[in-house]
Design a protein around this ligand. Structure first.
Ligand SMILES: Cc1cc2nc3c(=O)[nH]c(=O)nc-3n(C[C@H](O)[C@H](O)[C@H](O)COP(=O)(O)OP(=O)(O)OC[C@H]3O[C@@H](n4cnc5c(N)ncnc54)[C@H](O)[C@@H]3O)c2cc1C
Length: 430
């Protein structure tokens, strides 16, 4: 325990970033110590006051105003925009932090997208929510924030906003600095065993026997794809435990495996139009960058088509275990080639000529969860207020990729994470 002075307690509290209970305790402790030292020459004469002080002190030390689980884009932004005077802690299972921020945009950080059309660029059951979200924290707000802190950005193909330095780490360092400056504690390598809420307090039990207590709990644990960096669907487990409704998570932004063997074309990149069909029904089409792989199809337009497909299957109620069968029977992909972007190899392989400029494939499967860059589906927005607080469980929040609000490739998913983190963090000051 500090043997701190009470000459200027406000200043002391500010520098140490403690809450009111902590401050009151230190004043109380000093006063009673001085009175009884003066009166009796020792400080043991008021056991009740000492026990009371001690309990208040211990509780204030243990109790956080905000516990954020997950040190990714959303959790970080929440911690940066939550009021400074609130005690905040981020709990993270990994040793290293912000891995997906680093990986984004091929490690050049695709911060956001310059051109967002909500209905075209996002998927989810309550897609309209993205309008009010972006009105509160838009792509331009994000660019301003980054540039205001001395990091330049530039716009590349498909409206992707990238760091001019080409180093994601610059943004990660900034985020860490701002989070720390806003008095956020971080605890890493925490393996959470259990979360409970009793008497209005959330208790996070670690497998090491530790307990972290807080008044508000923010779940920012991402989705369940790309689990090699720590995202294993923990947020969905918490949602289930608290009886919060979700749409089934599905793979987004990954490649497709075709029934046809295209390995001969592996590595060929083209600009073309991809059209995705369920039977005769056109589900999606987009023109853009495309790549043949050993097992099938890849590239931005394929990734986007995969999210659209995931949403379509969700609406049809097709479970993951039934997907492969459904793909084989119903789903086809048509590629329409154009002369400007064509290689001899591709032309010969598909025997393209003036009369024939397309080829049709049958979808056998999607690439694995480990390869999917995002998870579609998740906690339903209809379960949450506009500050992302659960309508069923007071003071429990969900932000970022754990939500049923998923973007195309190109900066839309990070933008969602920044915006939901910002809105949630700010709401604690209101
Ligand atoms: C390879 C790759 C490239 C990408 N590129 C782009 C891109 O260019 N542009 C774009 O917009 N998006 C991109 N994305 C997607 C984007 O990075 C994510 O949508 C976004 O980072 C999600 O942020 P988040 O904070 O919600 O979750 P995450 O960034 O996933 O963070 C969640 C955090 O929670 C932690 N966590 C999980 N479970 C627990 C637990 N039980 N206890 C404690 N901590 C836990 C995780 O370790 C992780 O640190 C990419 C994703 C990948 C995988």
């Amino acid at each position: 325990m500090d043997n701190h002075s009470i000459i200027n307690p406000i200043l002391w509290a500010k520098t140490k970033n403690v809450n009111l209970a902590h401050l009151l305790y230190s004043i109380f402790w000093k006063v009673q110590k001085n009175i009884f030292l003066w009166k009796n020459g020792n400080i043991c004469n008021l056991p009740y006051i000492r026990i009371l002080c001690w309990n208040t002190f211990i509780k204030s030390l243990r109790m956080y105003d905000i516990i954020i689980i997950g040190w990714g884009a959303a959790g970080l932004f929440c911690s940066i925009f939550a009021p400074k005077n609130l005690r905040k802690i981020i709990l993270e299972k990994n040793g290293s932090l912000g891995k997906k921020v680093i990986l984004s945009g091929g490690e050049r950080c695709n911060v956001t997208n310059i051109d967002i059309t909500p209905e075209d660029d996002y998927f989810g059951e309550n897609i309209k929510a993205i309008h009010s979200l972006l009105a509160k924290f838009s792509n331009y707000d994000m660019i301003d924030w980054v540039e205001k802190h001395g990091i330049s950005t530039c716009v590349e193909d498909r409206g992707r906003v990238i760091l001019e330095s080409g180093k994601s780490k610059d943004l990660l360092d900034l985020l860490m600095r701002e989070s720390t400056k806003n008095a956020t504690e971080i605890r890493t390598r925490l393996d959470i065993a259990k979360i409970e809420k009793t008497d209005g307090i959330f208790r996070i039990h670690g497998n090491d026997g530790s307990v972290v207590e807080g008044k508000n709990l923010v779940i920012a644990t991402g989705g369940k794809s790309f689990s090699q960096v720590g995202t294993d669907g923990f947020g969905y487990t918490i949602a289930k435990e608290f009886d919060i409704e979700m749409t089934d998570p599905y793979r987004g932004l990954c490649g497709m495996v075709t029934r046809e063997d295209l390995s001969e074309l592996s590595g060929s990149t083209l600009d073309l139009t991809l059209s995705l069909f369920d039977g005769k029904k056109l589900l999606y089409d987009e023109k853009g960058a495309f790549l043949f792989t050993h097992t099938g199809l890849s590239g931005p337009i394929v990734f986007n088509a995969v999210i659209k497909l995931g949403e379509h299957l969700r609406k049809l109620g097709i479970k993951e275990s039934q997907q492969k069968g459904y793909f084989e029977e119903h789903i086809t992909i048509r590629l329409t080639f154009n002369e400007e972007s064509m290689t001899k190899k591709v032309k010969n392989f598909f025997e393209l000529d003036d009369m024939k400029n397309d080829a049709v494939f049958h979808l056998a499967d999607l690439k694995s969860w480990a390869e999917a860059k995002v998870t579609g589906g998740g906690v339903k927005l209809s379960e949450l207020s506009n500050t992302f607080e659960s309508k069923k469980v007071e003071h429990l929040y969900f932000i970022g990729e754990v939500l049923d609000l998923t973007g195309k490739t190109g900066g839309f998913n990070l933008q969602q994470a920044w915006a939901t983190g910002y809105v949630c963090g700010q709401s604690f000051g209101k």
